[in-house]
Design a protein around this ligand. Structure first.
Ligand SMILES: [Zn+2]
Length: 90
């Protein structure tokens, strides 16, 4: 003989949800995690390719001669070279 309290405590609340519902939720969580992973992966790849670009294909910016700034444009955005974004290489 179980008390009402025990029955409440032992009640399997997940039985309230249908198998389809549980599967749908599980799938949603899975998709969400996958999307997060893909986004993270894409960000890493993007960063990685930027690094590769830095070391192999970038050329000295002709606009600023690699300094990243144009002195005559100091009054605009501190003279940051718009051609290379202040990096000095493109
Ligand atoms: Zn530049």
């Amino acid at each position: 003989m179980t008390t009402l309290e025990q029955q409440i405590e032992n009640f399997d609340y997940s039985s309230l949800f249908t198998t389809e519902y549980k599967e749908r939720i599980a799938k949603e969580v899975e998709v969400e995690n996958k999307e997060k992973e893909q986004k993270k992966y894409a960000e890493q790849m993007n960063k990685y390719s930027m690094e590769i670009k830095d070391y192999t294909t970038l050329k000295v910016c002709k606009r600023c001669q690699g300094t990243g700034e144009i002195k005559s444009y100091r009054h605009i955005a501190n003279g940051v070279c718009f051609a290379c974004g202040g990096y000095g290489k493109v």
